[in-house]
Design a protein around this ligand. Sequence first.
Ligand code: ZN
Length: 101
Amino acid sequence: MERFYIAFNRFDAYLVLHRLQQAGIPAHVFNEHMQSIVGDVPPDVAQPQVWLERPADRSRAETVLAALHAERQKTGSVRCTSCGEDNPANFEICWKCGRGL
Ligand SMILES: [Zn+2]
């Protein structure tokens, strides 16, 4: 196991985890509940972390993460083809009806 990414929050951690799994990279989220357990640790220790099962996957995982960050740079919105609702461009599924964007 090897630490790969320190997330901003739990949602961010799971977004990265999901992308890694989609790419066939086994990974796990740790620390997701740490903030409620220990109050006095520095934020970088308490934040959720994504760990890779196989250190050999790191370079591929970096590519996945870079693609995710590039998507976040995009502004604007995406219109759901199912219900017509506007969603932030970085959303993967429609917040209203749950269909993939
Ligand atoms: Zn929708």
